[in-house]
Design a protein around this ligand. Sequence first.
Ligand code: CIR
Length: 256
Amino acid sequence: MTVALVRALSDGYADATRGALGDPALDGPIDVALARSQHAAYVAGLEALGFAVQTLPAGGPDACFVEDQAVVVGARALLCRTGHPGRRAEAGAVREALEALGLTVVCMGEGDGVLEGGDVLRVGGRLYVGRSSRTDGRGIACLQRNFPELEVVPVDLPAGVLHLKCVCSSPAPDLVLLAEGALAPTTFAGTVRQVPASEAYAANAVGHGGRVLVAGGYPRTAELLRAEGLDVFPLELSEIRKGDGSLTCLSLLLTG
Ligand code: CIR
């Protein structure tokens, strides 16, 4: 199965939770129509990577950031209890979609703490998980209980980082793209390539089969990915970024 689950942008997207990225340049109003066209280009990009894209109907203002609702490993998913209480109502539709695709879904309960998928990065046999304002120790323990076949590696995030994947991603097997200065490169096993701090936003990239979607306007990151032998597809993300989102946040990728 090579399916990407995405969620349509709601009319209320202009009211998405904002400000965590701490960049005043992102303070202006969100242009929802432009956000929708950027989202459509993202969907086309996922198709170019080889995914069959399934689009869920719109939900709350932040629901397009579907990555936060689940952690998928093979044919199993852990449905997250998000650290953002206002986003918990988004989970039901994601659960139904994952079950309809044949996945076994386990739901986090109230005693399981909080966890958001944006804090979880899979690299080979490891799940790196950010300890953040959205993910706590009990959530990390719940992740380890549910995926005992993988090694869960907690990562303390610097202040002001919303999710682990705001500063890193793995767009190709065993490759970690990391924003320089955000975390020690030795945090990760495998090949770590650092993007300059001035291009930190581009450290969040989505890849599959040798092709990579990357935020547009970051030439050094694009060059670095090309040097890894990858085909680079830059995407404009201004309105997604204003909602504190980036590329991985907009999909749940099922490749098991
Ligand atoms: C939120 O604050 O939850 C959304 N506005 C942004 C979520 C971005 N998700 C992600 O980085 N995985």
